[in-house]
Design a binder for this molecule. Structure first.
Ligand SMILES: C[S@@+](CC[C@H](N)C(=O)[O-])C[C@H]1O[C@@H](n2cnc3c(N)ncnc32)[C@H](O)[C@@H]1O
Length: 341
């Protein structure tokens, strides 16, 4: 074999580094769990100081933080000292726009173990959560309450960022009653009722999720304006709202299930009622965006899919909604504005 056949080329090194960086992201997940970013807000610290503060093994913590730094999260200095950097800032708990819960939840068992079964998902085109977790994911979160709460906070992290843009780009002031369908802890609904002073909100989610949402809504001083309701959007959706909002829910499900949810919203809405879908819209042309990997994950978890603009419009049209416009948002998401026909 010629030497060049086995040489470590830049491309081979790049591919190997991509695998190593997956492990580096697991290190970031653990650093997030340990709250390292909060420890570093006052300035750089040594890994020994951080180990004393977190109870970790000093040598192992140094190696963990070095791995984080290798993927760009935290900066390593001489003498085993570490400081914050721009990526690590997002792991702080005390800032709006924190992604700490998102990072922890996405690397936790419910979202991570299904990747071990990717072969079966790809061979069958069917979700494999039952095999990976022994039950469907929402049942898993109900049973593993701490991880479920972590996931709800993770959705809240992302939704808090996205919701600010939704109410900036879409005028919600005319609405009087807004239902957030599958709204988790109501990050989108809270932003909407704050922006629409005459509106009352109804937060619909699974009963165990709603129980955890109540204190969040009360803490934000919105208990008198948002009514949390435990239910099942496959059965029915609270009636009579002039605006139904549904964020990051349709991508969890296959077309048939989405049509059930959307028909339930249609049945609940008055004539002329509006539906706002906030979701990621898959580009139709290469190069593929990182959304392609989100699409693969939702296939494995629940048989869901990210949709192109045409696929999203098709879903809504088939269920009695007329799409009036699609408003692209600065990052990842779009707002699909539809009216009940
Ligand atoms: C991906 S999360 C999106 C949460 C929220 N809309 C957001 O963007 O932050 C999907 C939500 O759907 C809820 N959900 C799943 N099945 C449901 C059902 N049958 N009825 C009501 N909510 C459900 C989950 O509990 C979860 O909060």
């Amino acid at each position: 074999m010629a030497q060049s056949d086995t040489a470590v080329t830049a491309e081979r090194r790049q591919l190997m580094d991509m695998i190593f960086n997956c492990w580096g992201m697991q290190a970031v997940g653990e650093a997030a769990r340990l709250g390292i970013a909060d420890q570093l807000t006052g300035g750089p610290k040594s890994s020994d100081e951080l180990a004393a503060a977190t109870g970790a093994n000093p040598d192992a913590l140094y190696r963990l933080l070095r791995s984080c730094a290798s993927v760009g999260v935290f900066t390593e200095h001489e003498g085993r000292r570490f400081s914050m950097n721009k990526l690590a800032e997002s792991l702080r708990t005390d800032i709006s726009g924190s992604l700490r819960d998102f990072v922890i939840a996405q690397l936790a068992p419910a979202q991570w173990l299904p990747w071990n079964h990717i072969h079966e998902a790809v061979m069958t085109g069917a979700p494999i959560t039952k095999k990976a977790l022994g039950m469907e994911i929402w049942d898993y979160y109900a049973k593993n309450a701490e991880e479920g709460a972590q996931f709800a906070r993770a959705m809240g992290n992302v939704s808090a960022m996205v919701s600010a843009d939704v109410v900036r780009l879409y005028d919600v002031t005319p609405f009087k009653k807004i239902v957030d369908v599958g709204g988790s802890q109501g990050a989108l609904l809270r932003a909407m009722v704050r922006a629409a002073p005459n509106a009352r909100g109804i937060l619909l989610d699974l009963p165990n999720v709603i129980e955890r949402a109540r204190p969040v809504i009360a803490k934000e001083g919105l208990a008198d304006r948002i009514e949390p309701i435990g239910g099942d959007f496959f059965k029915d959706v609270p009636a009579g709202a002039d605006l139904y909002a549904i964020k990051s829910v349709l991508h969890d499900w296959g077309d048939e299930q989405c049509e059930t949810i959307l028909r339930n919203c249609h049945r609940a809405a008055p004539p002329g009622g509006r539906l706002l879908v906030v979701d990621m819209i898959l580009p139709t042309k290469p190069p593929p965006s990182s959304l392609a990997s989100v699409d693969l994950k939702v296939l494995m978890l629940l048989g869901g899919r990210e949709r192109t603009e045409a696929e999203m419009v098709g879903l809504l049209t088939r269920t009695g909604w007329r799409v009036e416009r699609i408003i692209p948002m600065p990052e990842l998401y779009s707002i699909v504005d539809a009216v009940r026909v």
